[in-house]
Write a protein that binds this ligand. Structure first.
Ligand code: NAD
Length: 497
């Protein structure tokens, strides 16, 4: 295993591509603008990334539109496109360590997580959608004897993908891979906080034989580059992962421009429900802890609301705090043993600390953590925190905190658990812990969420549609359902008369 010293040496020697990728070339922003990418573990600047403006979005969309119109990608034989996607996945896999290092340096994710979760999932995503290319079929329906009716599936055109910083490359891959597999051309606007890992894969797509102009990347701020992409009249669809507030804004931009499709994966406040008959308290506590402290809680489906039956409250708190102390201690994210890194930025740290203060002011009790890590003043660290005595009215029980902060509420009946679980504007994910099959089925049916786990949390694979009910979004990533979202159906009715 690579040691901390090795990773530090590799970080020091790392050559980073910082340009925009437009029409197959790495280029600076038209106005020469750059912005610093900051390592949140140390506050040091890793690189100055090119920062695209609306004019750069214009030229990237123009390149994608030209590639779309001449059909250099969508008219390629399906098996040829599959071969490109396969080679692309292989190249990303071969560079997984460098890409993982970029994630760790840019957003503070522990290197072991980047290597064992993010990058393998990115490769699986590209392979999964690449393999699906020649398995997409249309329909021929039974029609009158003097007509033939077919329904075929066609790509949309230019797709704009806007991604967040918490799993920078993985969230981008969840959009770009199915969009490309469907035959579209893409302009990706990664998060300005962690753009570096999205640039290299676009170059690897070219090395794999992908035509220039098909996959473009324009880093830039949301309010300039993101907005320009979302308002662009030559963009057929925006595929977004990020906050609910920005997701709503994107729907407005679509209405103000060309009524483009807008698919949204947004925020969450996911409940983990622990019934008194749960099969194994230790295992449940471990999942509960991982569900909220993995990636320092910067996970859209983080299980941030712990709904615990009053009969097991004390045992649960004891098991949860023990597991948290055992599994999550802040450390240098370049250290392979670290499981909890800093938050993405000092601004995000400030927001999370603000929520912690609001929880204290509202009268919730701090059972674990409850502030910044005093031993790491240079980094954006927040201690793993558990609030008990939370009520459904408190802000920490309702708002998405996006940090390592769990809010525990208690309930006394299944009905109350369901009411609490559904008392949220969000509906991304949930879990239920019980030994009773009927209870499990009843609760799966009753809980309003895109994914409901039973006796686990966060498990799954690429076949699982991922996305939310209510204000957690309006679409699904992963799975063939996602691929269908990058296509439209065309019906042809052919008269034989
Ligand atoms: P964010 O909404 O601030 O930013 C997301 C992206 O949108 C960034 O690229 C940003 O530059 C861009 N953006 C910001 N303002 C814009 C505007 N006016 N027009 C166009 N683009 C704009 O979100 P974030 O802070 O990067 O990520 C955290 C959020 O993402 C959390 O709310 C989290 O729940 C959510 N998230 C959801 C999922 C999911 O699958 N549901 C997955 C990961 C993260």
């Amino acid at each position: 295993m690579t040691s901390l010293a090795d990773w530090r040496a590799r970080a020091k020697a790392l050559q980073v591509e910082t340009g925009l990728i437009i029409d197959g070339k790495a280029v600076p922003a038209l106005d020469g603008a750059t912005h610093p990418v900051i390592n949140p573990a140390t506050g040091a600047t890793i690189a100055e990334a090119a920062c695209g403006s609306a004019a750069d979005i214009d030229r990237a969309v123009a390149a994608a539109k030209a590639a779309w119109e001449d059909g250099r990608w969508r008219h390629m034989y399906p098996r040829e496109r599959m071969a490109v996607m396969r080679r692309w996945a292989d190249l990303v896999e071969a560079q997984a360590e460098e890409l993982a290092l970029l994630e760790t340096l840019s957003m503070g994710k522990p290197i072991t997580d980047a290597l064992t979760i993010d990058l393998p999932e990115v490769v699986v995503t590209i392979r999964y959608f690449g393999e699906a290319i020649d398995k997409i079929a249309g329909l021929s329906t039974i029609s009158a004897h003097d007509a033939v009716h077919t329904i075929s599936r066609e790509p949309l055109g230019v797709v704009g993908a806007i991604s967040p910083w918490n799993y920078p490359l993985l969230m981008a891959a969840w959009k770009v891979a199915p969009a490309l597999a469907a035959g579209n051309c893409v302009v990706l606007k990664p998060s300005e906080l962690a753009p570096l890992s999205s640039i290299r894969p676009a170059q690897l797509f070219l090395e794999a034989g992908g035509p220039a102009g098909v996959f473009n990347v324009v880093n830039g701020t949301g309010i300039e580059a993101g907005k320009a992409l979302a308002l662009h009249n030559d963009v057929a669809k925006i595929s977004f992962t990020g906050s609910t507030a920005v997701g709503k804004q994107l729907l407005v931009y679509a209405g103000q421009s060309n009524m483009k499709r807008v698919s949204l994966e947004t925020g969450g406040k996911s409940p983990q429900v622990f019934m008194p008959d749960l099969p194994d308290l230790d295992r449940a506590a471990e999942y509960a802890v991982r569900g909220i402290f993995d990636n320092a809680g910067q996970v859209c489906n983080a299980g941030s609301r712990l709904l615990v039956h009053a009969a097991i409250r004390d045992q649960f708190i004891a098991a949860f705090t023990r597991k948290a102390q055992e599994l999550y201690n802040p450390g240098d994210p370049l250290d392979p043993a670290t499981t909890l890194g800093p938050l993405v930025s000092s601004a995000q740290q400030g927001k999370v600390l603000g929520w912690i203060e609001s929880g204290k002011a509202e009268g919730a009790a701090v059972a674990l953590g409850g502030g910044a890590d005093p031993s790491r003043p240079d980094g954006a660290y927040v201690l793993p925190t558990l609030f008990t005595g939370v009520t459904a009215q408190m802000a920490i029980g309702r708002e998405e905190i996006f940090g390592p902060v769990a809010a525990m509420l208690t309930f006394s009946s299944e009905e109350e658990a369901i009411r609490l679980a559904n008392d949220s504007i969000y509906g991304l994910a949930a879990s239920v812990w019980t030994s009773d099959l009927a209870t499990a089925h009843r609760m799966v049916k009753a809980i309003e969420a895109g994914v409901v786990w039973v006796n686990c949390f966060g498990d799954g694979d690429m076949t699982q549609p991922f996305g939310g009910f209510k204000q957690s979004g309006n679409t699904r990533d992963k799975s063939l359902e996602s691929l269908a979202g990058y296509m439209q159906s065309k019906s042809s009715w052919i008269s034989l008369g």
